[in-house]
Design a protein around this ligand. Structure first.
Ligand code: F3S
Length: 282
């Protein structure tokens, strides 16, 4: 049985960087916390807690020590509050998110009415909104884009993980809203790369394994895309692998969401390999 890993899978650059930055703080302060869980992966959150880095939901829960900002960023008021409390701030905001935040701020400073194309309730979009001085409107559907008021100057930025195809559709609608439109495509390609690689692989194998939290939106999306092409199992850990899935299967593909650590992927791979079959990895 061949086991083929997707060309792009697992942690993206920004998540890897944030976890590394958090780990580097271990033992350096009397109290260290991340503002919200660093990623949607309970195993990693627990590992960090074991290393003395806890997760808190609000700055009200910390009055000394180090606060770590997650990869999807926060608004300026959080930095101000943390500074006012005298906290040591470790900013693990992904540089791609930072770019989207600064783009929104600059557009507002230049007099543009700003539209953020992204999910309104997503923390990253909320942070971009805050960096715009709350002078922006977030849209994620065609109907919401249609509702945007015409403006003299319209500036557009994107949630980093937004679909490029959908972004183009919405920008197309916004083109009718102003004669001066500045579009800053702040989409990061990590999500697209993972989806395209998963789709390609799912078209070439007989079975796909998609590893990642069931509460992880990007992993679930990968599983949906794969399931459109071949039988697919969405699993969180190697323990869920079932011998029955592999009868008469010669080629299986493996992918993982952006919040799935390498060691979970390796465990699944090893267990498949130990199923007394001949394996090959590309
Ligand atoms: Fe950054 Fe893109 Fe990941 S914005 S956090 S590298 S999905």
């Amino acid at each position: 049985m061949d086991i083929i890993l997707a060309e792009y899978l697992g942690f993206c650059y920004g998540v890897k960087r944030a976890i590394k930055m958090a780990r580097m703080q271990s033992g350096r302060d009397s109290y260290i916390a991340t503002l919200g869980p660093i990623i949607h992966n309970p195993q990693i959150v627990k590992q960090l807690a074991d290393e003395g880095i806890v997760s808190i939901d609000s700055l009200d829960d910390i009055d000394h020590g180090t606060i770590i900002i997650r990869s999807h960023g926060v608004g300026p008021s959080v930095y101000e509050k943390a500074e006012a409390k005298g906290l040591n701030i470790v900013d693990a905001t992904c540089p791609h998110v930072k770019r989207a935040q600064m783009a929104a701020k600059t557009l507002v400073d230049e007099g543009y009415s700003v539209v953020i194309i992204g999910e309104r309730t997503h923390p990253e979009v909320k942070s971009i909104f805050e960096w715009s001085g709350k002078n922006a409107v977030a849209v994620e559907t065609s109907a919401q884009a249609q509702d945007i008021q015409p403006a003299k100057k319209l500036g557009v930025v994107a949630q980093t993980t937004f679909s490029r195809a959908k972004f183009k559709q919405l920008v197309d609608i916004l083109l009718d809203k102003s004669n001066e439109i500045k579009v800053l495509c702040t989409i990061c390609n990590a999500t697209e790369q993972r989806q395209a690689a998963a789709e390609k692989l799912a078209s070439e194998v007989e079975l796909m394994l998609v590893i990642g939290g069931r509460n992880s939106a990007n992993t679930t999306r990968l599983a949906e895309l794969c399931a459109q092409r071949c039988p697919t199992h969405h699993i969180e850990t190697a323990d869920e692998l079932d011998d029955d899935w592999f009868h008469n299967i010669e080629k299986i593909g493996v992918t993982a969401g952006a919040s799935t650590p390498d060691w979970l992927i390796k465990e699944v791979y090893k267990k498949c390999k130990n199923m007394n079959k001949i394996c090959k990895v590309y």
